[in-house]
Design a protein around this ligand. Sequence first.
Ligand code: AMP
Ligand code: ZN
Ligand code: FE
Ligand code: FE
Length: 287
Amino acid sequence: MIDLHTHSTNSDGSESATGVVEQAFANGSGQLRALALTDHDTMAGHAEAKAACDRLGITFVPGCEISAQLDTGKSAHILVYFVEEDSAISEMLAVLRNDRDTRNERLVAKLHELGYPVQWERIIAAAGNPEVVGRPHFAEEIERIDGGREFPSRQAIFDDLLGNDGRAYIPKAKISPREVVEAARETNSLVVLAHPYVYGLPDEERERQIRLMAEIGAHGVETYYSRNFPEQTERLLELCDELGLVPTGGSDFHGTMKPDLRVVTGMEERPLSVPDSVLDRLLELRA
Ligand code: AMP
Ligand code: ZN
Ligand code: FE
Ligand code: FE
C-alpha cells in the first residue's frame, strides 16, 4: 500500500507534513510502504515529512504538483517525483510561487470589485504559509464572509467565482507539460499527469492528452485516484499499458480542505488501494 499524492500546510492542506505522515501510517494499518508529499509549487515540507517517514519505517518520495497549461489552453496538474533542491524543477517552483503571489494580489482586488471584501491578512493567517496561498484558502475566506447567505457550499464558490470559468478567475503562469518534462530530466525526476478525470475533458480529448504526455516523455498517469470510478481506473490502466506509462496513484489528501478524501484509503464509498508495484516501477525507471 502506498500513497503518492498528498498535501500539507506547506500548500493547501490542513495538516502539517508530520501530521500527514502520521495519519497515513495509521490508515495504512501496518501495510504502508511509501508516501509522497506533493504540495503545490513547493518542496518546503520535504525535510519534515522525510524525518517522520524515517521514524515510522516508510519510504519517502519527495514530490510536488504543478499546474500546467495544455495545448488547448486548459489547465492540468502535473506531479513530479524525486525532485531535488537547487535544480531546474526547484527554480520552476520558485517562479510559480512568485507568480502565485501576483495572482493572489489581483484575485483580492477582483473579489473586492465583485463585492466580496476578502481580507488578505486573514487568508494568510488561516493558510499558515503565505507563499503558497491557493484558491481553496480564498474559498474558505469567502465562506467566512458569506456566512451561508449566497453560497451553500465551497463548491458553489468555485462554480460561481474561483473556478477556471468563474467570474473572479485570474490565470497563473503558463508552463507546458513539455517544459516540466525537460526540467525534470536534469535530476532524473519523474513526471506524471495527475487525476485525468478531474478536468472535465471529453473522453477523446482526455485520451489525446494522455497520448501527448507519452510522446513528450512523461513517465506515468495517475490511475488509482480517490475520486475515480472503477471503470475510469480500468480505462487508464489500459491506456498506460498501451503507451508504456506507469499507472501511479494517490489520494490527493488535503485534510479538512477536502474532507471526503482520506490519506491512503481515499473515499469511504470507494476505497483507494494503490499497489506497491507502482513504486517498484518508478524506482526501476530511475535505476
Ligand atoms: P490554485 O493552486 O490556487 O490555482 O488552486 C488550485 C486548487 O483549487 C486545486 O488544487 C483544487 O483544490 C481547487 N480547485 C480549482 N478549481 C476548482 C473547482 N472548479 N472546484 C473545486 N475545487 C477547485
Ligand atoms: Zn491542493
Ligand atoms: Fe491536483
Ligand atoms: Fe493535489
